[in-house]
Design a protein around this ligand. Structure first.
Ligand code: 1GP
Length: 244
């Protein structure tokens, strides 16, 4: 079964995803995280960052895959983060912005490399949502995020993404966001698209994770809060998995 079939297949069962920024983990921490990820039934691991300053993406992917067997999906902040050792890549088009390189330009450069790799390609409409302060993703992409009270803009953007043939929508408040994506916005988007919805950015508690899933997230992503406190993994995973 492909990763996409797994994500889109049984939508009643939400997926819990850890975002690993390789810059923030050494081998010891990655091993500890991997053990907890297995114990907590983490479904997917996203790997990447808006800005990476060290060159150990490949060894991090290999280690996590070896220790967990959990699918590793690239969440690339740039073209430099393409790596054939992962299982899949979020082929992100930043549809909330008007930066042509991030809508289609980088994809043209990446396409021949991706074609030669064994990576599963997951075409994803990526939407940055305003979160109370400027995030690295916002700054690096040079785009204006969708205002957090404009549910209609978010819904229309996601609808257009689905109509263009994208297979996933990722609503992201940005890593370390002060405020996560509001539940009402998740609900509006959910009601207007039929493809799976990924939500992340600024989620710090099991309650926030549960609320996002209840509002319509199929895949819930947490990075920063886990980096700070590994003991949260279990509670976050069970909040996501128990959402009905
Ligand atoms: C960021 O959605 C991810 O792109 C996760 O965000 O690190 O704030 O959990 P956090």
């Amino acid at each position: 079964m492909s990763i996409y079939q797994d994500i889109s297949g049984n939508r009643a069962l939400r997926k819990f995803t850890i975002l690993v920024d390789p810059d923030k983990y050494d081998e010891r921490k990655l091993s500890e995280l991997s053990e907890l990820a297995i114990e907590s039934n983490v479904d997917l691991i996203f790997m990447g960052g808006s800005l990476m300053t060290q060159d150990h993406l490949e060894e991090s992917i290999s280690l996590v895959k070896k220790l967990t067997g959990i699918p590793v999906i690239l969440f690339p902040g740039s073209l430099m983060q393409i790596n054939g050792k992962a299982d899949a890549i979020l082929f992100l088009s930043l549809i909330s912005g008007r930066n042509a390189d991030l809508l289609i330009g980088n994809h043209i450069i990446a396409a021949p490399y991706l074609k030669q790799s064994n990576l599963e390609i997951l075409p994803t409409g990526y939407m940055l949502i305003e979160s109370g302060q400027a995030t690295t993703a916002q700054y690096i992409s040079g785009t204006i995020p969708i205002p957090s009270d404009k549910d209609d803009i978010a819904a229309c953007t996601a609808m257009a993404g689905e109509m263009l043939g994208l297979k996933l929508i990722y609503m992201d408040a940005g890593s370390g966001a002060r405020n996560p994506v509001p539940a009402s916005m998740i609900r509006s988007v959910r009601e207007n698209i039929s493809i799976p919805l990924i939500v992340g950015g600024g989620i710090k508690t099991p309650e926030q994770a549960h609320n996002a899933c209840k509002a319509g997230a199929d895949v819930l992503v947490v990075g920063n809060a886990i980096e700070k406190d590994f003991s949260l993994i279990k509670e976050l995973a069970s909040a996501v998995h128990s959402t009905t």
